[in-house]
Design a protein around this ligand. Structure first.
Ligand code: TRP
Length: 443
């Protein structure tokens, strides 16, 4: 096969790279801290096993059994075009995610460059806050950095999967682990760091409400990259003898380890220097750089941290952009003008550059007419993906395999257990329906 992964470890590292991203390193720590620490972590793990694992396996299998990406997989397995809308929704979902994800990836690159050139020296939290606010107003600068992310991602996708994505994942993922471990050791020895670990881990079961359970489920889906066809696409490149269940479980464990390590880096540092944990971008782009200024070797530490964010972000953008690239190749294959991989990378890059320019302009207030539901494009894309597109994508994929894929396709496969089918048919759809209705405030 021309375009496929060449090793099992390559598949695992690429899949883990897709999953480990801004979600694990940035969103996970503050969500856990706010919602009952250890108690929330238990919920997150339970959700990842009951809902996450079957959904990850399901996407991998849809790809692996069809040998196609999101576009062709549904058609090939169902034998009809009736499920094609799911693949179009996947395409729309990754486009929506990437229209803001590259903006934030750009922030990470900009902050890494600033950290490496020691620009934060002498700045306190107030100054850093002003610095971040000023940066958020500079549309051109943000666009330039988002485009850097797009071009870097495109240059990896330019190559076939085994030469581009696989080779890079084999370098970047070990690098990510090295930086994480270096930083975690650095932080754990800080005086007063234990308060941070307590904030992260001490279980407070009184905070567990139905809202918090739903939040755990939502975070689990987001960090595992399910519901947008990225894992279907990677599944399509798997070697035939890849064990889907094992790979999925290993991927989930890796994501959990990275997320916990990220929390163990962030909170000891924040508490050791008397800062208070913030929610959202403030924590990463204001509080942490301020904290790092107090530490031993601030330049090295802050550069390492933002390098970590960049690596995590890029391996995720690679998997999402690959959904689009593969989609265009497959969708045009039987037309008069089939796109080859290189053409497709160029077309997708141009679309994404345009989407990110619009997202930045609407965010910085340069184009107020660009708003959806009263929010700028950046926020509305984020909300729409989390609340609508990802849940429906995951639900559709579960119903598809649970009820519609001809059973014969499953019989040769080791995962066709009764429990797995029951989960895909009933438990996952009911769980997702509950999150969905809740997010629309219907229940
Ligand atoms: N899992 C990624 C993160 O934690 C983000 C993400 C969400 C994603 N959905 C995805 C990545 C689909 C790739 C494909 O940051």
């Amino acid at each position: 096969m021309g375009n496929s992964f060449s090793s099992k470890i390559g598949v695992l590292l690429a899949a883990a790279g897709s999953a480990v991203g801004l979600g694990s390193i940035w969103k996970f720590p503050y969500t856990v801290g706010e919602n009952g620490g250890g108690a929330f972590i238990i919920l997150y793990i339970v959700c990842s096993l009951i809902f996450g694992l079957p959904l990850v396996m399901n996407e991998f299998l849809i790809g692996k059994l069809s040998g196609k990406s999101a576009y062709g997989a549904y058609r090939t397995l169902s034998g009809t075009g009736r499920w094609q809308w799911l693949s179009w929704m996947n395409l729309l979902s990754v486009l929506a995610i990437l229209s803001f994800y590259f903006v934030v990836t750009g922030w990470c690159f900009y902050y890494m460059a600033e950290a490496a050139t020691n620009s934060f020296a002498g700045m306190d939290a107030k100054a850093l806050e002003a610095h971040f606010t000023a940066f958020e107003g500079k549309a051109l600068l943000m666009i330039v950095y988002a485009v850097i992310g797009i071009v870097l991602t495109a240059s990896v996708l330019w190559f076939d999967v085994n030469k581009g994505i696989e080779r890079l994942s084999k370098i970047l993922m070990p690098l990510l682990f090295l930086i994480l471990i270096f930083m975690a050791i650095h932080m754990i020895f800080l005086d007063g760091g234990t308060t941070g670990l307590k904030y992260l881990f001490e279980p407070d079961f009184s905070k567990i409400t139905s809202k918090v359970i739903l939040q755990a489920m939502g975070l689990s889906f987001f960090t595992l990259s399910v519901g947008v066809g990225a894992l279907i696409t990677y599944g399509g490149y798997m070697p035939q003898d890849q064990n889907v269940r094992g790979t999925s479980l290993q991927m989930i464990v890796l994501v959990l380890i990275v997320s916990l390590l990220a929390g163990m880096i962030v909170f000891p540092a924040v508490f050791a220097y008397g800062f208070s944990p913030q929610e959202g971008p403030e924590l990463t782009f204001v509080t942490l750089p301020a904290v790092f200024q107090h530490m031993f070797a601030p330049t090295v530490t802050s550069t390492a941290f933002f390098a970590l964010m960049c690596v995590a972000a890029i391996t995720s953008t690679i998997s999402m952009m690959e959904v689009m690239v593969a989609f265009f190749c497959e969708a045009t294959a039987e037309t008069k003008r089939p796109l080859n991989r290189h053409h497709s990378v160029i077309v997708v890059s141009l679309i994404l550059i345009l989407a990110n320019i619009l997202s930045v302009l609407s965010m910085t207030g340069h184009a107020n007419w660009l708003s959806v539901m009263g929010m700028n494009l950046f926020d509305s894309a984020n909300a729409c993906v989390n609340n609508i597109l990802m849940p429906i994508g995951a639900l559709g994929a579960a119903l598809f395999t649970g009820w519609f894929v001809p059973k014969t396709r499953y019989q040769g496969s080791r995962v066709a257990s009764f429990i797995y089918l029951v989960i895909l048919r009933w438990i996952v759809p009911i769980g997702i329906a509950i999150i969905f209705l809740d997010s629309l405030n219907i229940i």
